[in-house]
Design a protein around this ligand. Structure first.
Ligand code: HEM
Length: 519
C-alpha cells in the first residue's frame, strides 16, 4: 500500500485513472443530444465512439453529415475536448456570435496549445499581425504583385529548372513548399532574406513542429502539459531562436534606419522604404510605443507565426491544384494557358492585380481544387467563453468551455449544391460567374477567396482567414506561371489525399514530370 503512495507511482496512477474515466464517459454537463459514432447497446459507448471517430475521421464527417446535418450532435474525438457539431442551418449563427460568447481566439489557443507550443505565447494573445494583414497586406496586394511575380520566376527556375529539351521529374509538394516559402517571405521580409535557405527551412520546420507537439501534448493531462512541453516543444524553441538569430541583424538595421529616416527625410528622398510585412510591423510597433512589440525577438516571432499560418496552407492548395490538373484533361491546361496569354497581352505582358482579376478560369480552377481538397474538414471552430454557456437557435444549451463546429468536408461534395460533385471541373465557378440568369451577388459568390456557409475552406464571417485575399493572388500567380512556362506529362490516376487526424492533406510524396516550354 505504501508503495502506491509514492509520488512516482501515485502520479501516473492518478493521471491514468483520470484518462480512463474521461474516455469511458462523457462530461455530465454536456447536453443530451445524439453522439456521432455511437451505436445502441454497446459497452463503453463513449469510448468506442471516440475510437471510431478518431481512427477514421473521413467516415465520421460523412456519416455525421448524412445523419445529423439537421440537429446538433456531440463529436467525441481524441484531443478535441468537448465538441459539438451544429446543424448546417446554424453555421451562420456560429460566426455571427460576439467574441465574448464564441471565441476563435480561445479555440486557437486550445487546439494549437499555443501557451505550450509557441515559444512566446504573448505573440498570439496580442494580435498585431492580424491587424497588419487586414489593414496593410490586403490593401498592398496591387503593389506587391510585381515582387511576387519576380520571386515566382526565380524560385521555379531554381526548383523546376529551365530544361526545355527533356522531362524533369519533380516532387510536387516538396518543391512547391520551397517556392511558396520564397515567394511568401519576399512579401514578409523582402530580398535577400526570402532566399535564405536556412530561414525558409526554419519557417517550414516550425510549421511542422507545432502540430507535432500539439498531438503529443494532447495525450498529456492538462495540468502536466507545461512540464511535458519542456521536452516536447524543444524543437519549436530551438527553431524559433535560430529563425530570430538570422533576422536580428536585419531587424536592428531597419530599426536604426527607420529612426534615421524620421529625422533626415531629405537623406532618404531617393530611397523608398521597404514595402514588406517586417517594415509595416516595425512601424506599427513604434507607433504603439510598446517596448515589447519593438523587440527584435518579438518582430521575428511574428514573422515566424505568419510563416506558420501562410506557408503550409498555401503549399497544400497549390500542390492539390497542380495534381488535379495533371490528372485531368490536357485541354483544361490549354484553355487556361489561352486565358492567361490573352489577359496578359491586354495588360502590357506583365502580371498585375487587374490582370489576375480578369482571369476567371484561373480563379475558378483554384476554387474548384480547394472545394475537392480543403485542408479543413470541420469548420469555424469556436469555443464557448460565455460563463453561463450559450443556447443555440434550435434550443440546445452548450456549456462554457465546449467547442462548436460546422459541417465542412461533405458540404463541398453535396450533390444538392454541385452537379457531378466528385468530379474536378476547373471552370465550374467561372461558368457560375458568367450565368446572367443569376443575380450579381450570387454570381460573385463564385470567386476563389469568397467565403460562405457552404464553402468554409477559409472559414467564414468576420474572423475568416485574413490572409485569403493575398493567398488567392499569390496562388493564382504561381499556377498561372507554371501553366505558361511548363508542359506537364499528363497522368491518369491521381494519388489519393491523406487524412491526418482532422485534416485532409495532399499526397506529399507524389511526383510529376515537367518540361520548360520554348516560348
Ligand atoms: C490557401 C491558403 C490558406 C487557407 C486555406 C487558410 C485557411 C484559414 C482558415 C480556415 C482559418 C480559420 C478561419 C475561421 O475559423 O473562420 C485561417 C485563419 C488565419 N489565417 Fe489563413 N489560410 C490560408 C492562407 C493564409 C495566409 C497567406 C495568411 C497570412 C498572410 C493567413 C493568415 C491567417 C491568420 C493570421 C489566421 C488567424 C485568424 C484569427 O485567429 O482570427 N492565412 N486561415
Amino acid at each position: 500500500m505504501d508503495s502506491l503512495l509514492r509520488p512516482a507511482v501515485a502520479g501516473p496512477l492518478v493521471v491514468g485513472v483520470y484518462v480512463v474515466y474521461r474516455l469511458l464517459r462523457s462530461d455530465s454537463r454536456l447536453p443530451d443530444i445524439p453522439v456521432i459514432g455511437q451505436r445502441d447497446g454497446e459497452w463503453f459507448p463513449w469510448l468506442r465512439a471516440t475510437w471510431r471517430n478518431s481512427t477514421d475521421f473521413r467516415r465520421t464527417v460523412i456519416d455525421a453529415y448524412n445523419e445529423h446535418r439537421d440537429h446538433a450532435a456531440l463529436l467525441p474525438v481524441f484531443g478535441l475536448g468537448n465538441a459539438i457539431l451544429l446543424p448546417v442551418s446554424e453555421t451562420q449563427w456560429i460566426v455571427d456570435q460576439p467574441d465574448s460568447v464564441l471565441s476563435i481566439h480561445q479555440q486557437t489557443i486550445e487546439s494549437l496549445q499555443t501557451d505550450h507550443t509557441i515559444p512566446d505565447p504573448r505573440l498570439v494573445h496580442h494580435d498585431f499581425h492580424h491587424r497588419i494583414i487586414v489593414t496593410t497586406l490586403t490593401s498592398q496586394i496591387g503593389n506587391l504583385v510585381p515582387d511576387v511575380a519576380d520571386e515566382c520566376q526565380w524560385s521555379f527556375d531554381k526548383f523546376w529548372g529551365r530544361n526545355a529539351d527533356e522531362w524533369t521529374e519533380v516532387g510536387v509538394y516538396d518543391t512547391l513548399r520551397r517556392v511558396v516559402g520564397n515567394v511568401t517571405n519576399r512579401v514578409f521580409v523582402g530580398l535577400p532574406y526570402c532566399r535564405n535557405e536556412d530561414l525558409v527551412g526554419l519557417g517550414l520546420a516550425f510549421a511542422q513542429d507545432v502540430p507535432t507537439s500539439v498531438i503529443m501534448l494532447k495525450f498529456v493531462w492538462s495540468p502536466l502539459r507545461s512540464l511535458a512541453a519542456m521536452l516536447v516543444a524543444r524543437p519549436n524553441r530551438v527553431h524559433a531562436k535560430q529563425f530570430a538569430d538570422i533576422l536580428r541583424p536585419e531587424i536592428e538595421r531597419r530599426q536604426r534606419e527607420y529612426d534615421d529616416r524620421v529625422n533626415n527625410m531629405d537623406k532618404y528622398a531617393m530611397q523608398p522604404e521597404p514595402n514588406d510585412f517586417l517594415q509595416w510591423n516595425i512601424k506599427l510597433a513604434k507607433a504603439s510605443g510598446s517596448e515589447y512589440e519593438c523587440r527584435p525577438t518579438t518582430l521575428a516571432g511574428r514573422l515566424l507565426l505568419l510563416n506558420f499560418a501562410a506557408i503550409h496552407t498555401s503549399s497544400f492548395a497549390i500542390t492539390h491544384a497542380i495534381l488535379d490538373l495533371v490528372h485531368s484533361k490536357k485541354e483544361y491546361i490549354e484553355e487556361l494557358r489561352e486565358e492567361i496569354q490573352t489577359v496578359l497581352a491586354e495588360h502590357g505582358g506583365t502580371w498585375s492585380k487587374q490582370a489576375l482579376a480578369k482571369m476567371d478560369k484561373l480563379d475558378s480552377t483554384m476554387r474548384e481544387s480547394v472545394r475537392l481538397n480543403s485542408l479543413i474538414t470541420i469548420g469555424v471552430g469556436r469555443r464557448v467563453v460565455a460563463k453561463d454557456g450559450v443556447t443555440t437557435p434550435s434550443g440546445v444549451h452548450i456549456p462554457y468551455g465546449t467547442s462548436v463546429w460546422a459541417h465542412a468536408h461533405p458540404v463541398f461534395t453535396d450533390p444538392a449544391l454541385y452537379k457531378d460533385p466528385n468530379e474536378f471541373k476547373p471552370f465550374r465557378f467561372a461558368e457560375g460567374r458568367r450565368d446572367k440568369d443569376v443575380e450579381y451577388v450570387k454570381r460573385a459568390r463564385n470567386a476563389f477567396a469568397t467565403t460562405n456557409t457552404d464553402f468554409l475552406a477559409f472559414g467564414h464571417g468576420r474572423n475568416a482567414c485574413p490572409g485569403r485575399f493575398f493567398a488567392a493572388s499569390e496562388l493564382k500567380l504561381l499556377l498561372g506561371h507554371v501553366i505558361l512556362h511548363y508542359d506537364f506529362e499528363m497522368r491518369t490516376e491521381r494519388p489519393p489525399n491523406k487524412w491526418i487526424v482532422l485534416n485532409l492533406l495532399p499526397p506529399m510524396e507524389a511526383t510529376i514530370r515537367v518540361k520548360r516550354r520554348k516560348v
